[in-house]
Design a protein around this ligand. Structure first.
Ligand code: HEC
Ligand code: HEC
Length: 247
């Protein structure tokens, strides 16, 4: 934490004497995903949902900037605004602002070439048996690709546990009689919990019978990091992006 504070102080100082180069301390895949979420809630109304520009603000996706010529300058634009224009300054803490920088810089890099081969991605999709899960219990990937940026799709493949929606959390219940039950929690009322077991069957647990419970916010999906080369991850992402509907 101390490290981050020092960096922010340095960023402020070098805004006056731009002698040091500041590197973004919040630039992991997870930061980019969180930056994307902040972007959607705070910035999309002016700059467009994909940062491709809107009625209220310019395109931020292509890496061609008037003011935000470096990461540090972009940090300053976000926190101070652009005087004399409608671009407001945001009193975010440093982390949120750097995550936005990470997200926008990630988009800029996406615009470059060499981002995987959708055709190869389609055959990897078959050979890695993605459809084994994604044609039934797991999310519909055409919908996911519509909603998710390339960075988010990539993260879903290399670190599925980074963000798992609650309906996929794996729970474990210990019953008073010593048995354990694990699965997804579908529903809960005053007296009972509805569970979907791994084999797809439904089971109702009476709360009265439950001695302890534990949730693991882990994805049932395996990580593909290290299992397939980086270029293949890019190709899978390219294939997923190709599933996006034209509109
Ligand atoms: C009310 C509309 C509005 C909102 C909301 C807004 N912006 Fe802007 N933004 C603008 C306008 C207009 C400009 C162009 C300023 C100019 O003419 O130089 C701009 C410029 C920028 C630039 C500099 C672009 C360049 O060419 O250097 C960045 C970066 C930026 N905005 C990021 C953000 C981020 C991140 C958010 C959300 C936290 C945000 N903006 C929210 C209107 C907005
Ligand atoms: C063992 C089953 C399983 C396999 C195999 C599997 N997935 Fe998944 N995948 C899931 C589940 C369950 C989720 C939802 C939970 C989560 O967000 O991690 C998911 C989530 C995703 C998401 C994020 C979707 C969203 O809505 O957030 C993407 C993208 C994805 N998978 C792509 C793939 C690709 C591509 C492959 C093959 C390379 C693959 N998956 C293999 C089970 C699987």
């Amino acid at each position: 934490m101390r490290y981050a504070i020092l960096i922010l102080a340095a960023a402020a100082a070098s805004a006056q004497h731009s002698s040091t180069t500041i590197t973004n301390p919040y630039n992991t895949a997870k930061d980019r995903v969180e930056g994307a979420a902040t972007y959607r809630s705070q910035c999309g109304a002016c700059h467009g949902p994909d940062a491709k520009g809107g009625s209220g603000g310019p395109d931020l996706s292509r890496g061609q900037y008037k003011h935000a010529v470096s990461e540090e300058a972009m940090f300053k634009v976000i926190t101070k605004g652009v005087p004399g224009t409608s671009m407001p300054g945001y009193s975010f803490d440093g982390k949120l602002a750097w995550q936005l920088v990470a997200y926008l810089r990630g988009l800029n890099q996406e615009q470059g070439g060499g981002v995987g081969d959708a055709g190869r991605g389609a055959s990897l999709f078959a050979s890695l048996r993605c459809a084994g899960c994604h044609s039934g219990k797991a999310p519909n990937l055409a919908d996911a690709s519509q909603r998710m940026t390339r960075a988010e799709l990539r993260l879903a493949l290399v670190d599925p546990n980074a963000s798992v929606s609650a309906e996929y959390w794996q729970w474990k219940w210990k019953l008073r009689d010593g048995a354990t039950v694990s699965g997804r929690r579908l529903n809960e009322d005053t007296y009972s919990i509805q569970v979907m077991l791994a084999n797809g069957r439904l089971q109702t647990l009476l709360k009265h019978d439950v001695a302890a419970s534990e949730d693991a916010r882990k994805s049932p999906m395996p990580s593909f990091a290290g299992k397939v080369p980086d270029g293949d991850i890019d190709s899978l992402v390219a294939y997923l992006v190709s599933l996006r509907r034209a509109n």
